[in-house]
Design a protein around this ligand. Structure first.
Ligand code: SF4
Length: 315
């Protein structure tokens, strides 16, 4: 049984360092770098993947979840749905003839995995219901690895995870046996962010330019877990991505039973309040100081072309 080393590449620093280690340790022929494309990515990520492929002479396999087959079933479900149920704010919600007609007219695959998934769910993911990671990243990667196993390979899944990244990663193991023929390897689990950047620099690999533009991590643009400072930075530098999310909010709202869906939810608000609680509203809040009433005008005049990297990469 031959071993295939599957390297999950995100376009961020940790997975880049992991890819470099894999090339050095097992060689290009034994690795399969993969990138799970959510469809909610900054264009710099795609360019950076192209750069990595060319700089490292490897091919990164792009994987995209495809939900197009689920739309017909969802349309049929909505067409028959007469139920009234309670929304998260405790109010009863049901389809009206008008809202149902509108939803059925709009419920067709767009080809964008993130948007299609949200349209099918009638909502955006949230911290408590983070189905995006599972459906858009984990499942395509698992399917890819299962295919390799079915072809008779032993799979070693390399993940660029570090314990000091977050509380839920602090106990991450370096190696794990997931099942017969499937192992996980996290070679940088005890590295620091500085060590990761240094490793990439020593190999002559540039960091993703998003790190030089105020982003502390490379993932969805924006991620549903975006913090206030990151959102302010994104709105200042990449307003087109905020505008795209605002369009998605209108579309996902129109195909949801509540007729309301917000990218960054406020728990317990009514559908009427949710209509006001758009990404633009949250961006306005992100520009405020603590209480949210006073707009921090300094935030508006931040020189967005200046390097604001949290890792000091401009130095
Ligand atoms: S980066 Fe954020 S929004 Fe994107 S899949 Fe992961 S948790 Fe979801």
């Amino acid at each position: 049984m031959s071993s295939i080393h599957v390297i999950s590449v995100s376009g961020g620093k940790d997975s880049t360092a992991t890819l470099l280690l894999a090339i050095a340790r097992v060689g290009r022929d034994a690795i399969r770098p993969i990138f799970c494309d959510t469809g909610n990515e900054h264009e710099a990520v795609y360019s950076y993947l192209d750069y990595l492929e060319s700089a490292l002479s490897v091919r990164i396999h792009r994987l995209r979840a495809d939900f197009s087959a689920d739309f017909a079933r969802k349309r049929m479900f909505i067409a028959r749905d007469q139920r009234t149920r309670r929304g998260p704010d405790g109010r009863r919600v049901r389809w009206t003839n008008k809202s149902k007609r509108r939803a059925l007219a709009l419920l067709h695959p767009t080809g964008n995995p993130f948007l299609d998934l949200c349209m099918l769910k009638g909502r955006f993911p949230s911290r408590k219901a983070q189905f995006c990671t599972q459906e858009l990243k984990r499942n395509p990667a698992v399917e890819y690895q299962l295919d390799l196993m079915e072809q008779g390979h032993r799979v070693i899944s390399w993940q660029g995870v570090r314990r000091d990244e977050s509380l839920n990663r602090r106990n991450a193991k370096k190696t794990e046996r997931i099942g017969k023929g499937l192992h996980t390897f996290r070679p940088i689990v005890d590295w620091t962010a500085d060590g990761v950047f240094a490793h990439c620099a020593a190999a002559g690999i540039q960091p993703n330019p998003l790190y030089l533009q105020g982003m502390t991590r490379v993932g969805c643009m924006p991620c549903i877990n975006v913090n206030k400072a990151e959102l302010r930075e994104i709105a200042a530098r990449f307003p087109e991505h905020v505008a795209r999310i605002a369009e998605w909010e209108i579309l996902v709202s129109s195909v949801s039973k509540r007729q309301a869906a917000t990218f960054i939810p406020a728990p317990g608000i009514s559908p009427a309040q949710a209509k006001e609680h758009t990404i633009h509203h949250v961006v306005r809040w992100a520009k405020t100081t603590h209480g949210g009433r006073q707009f921090d005008l300094l935030a508006d005049i931040t020189e967005t072309r200046a390097c604001a990297s949290a890792y000091g990469l401009c130095e």
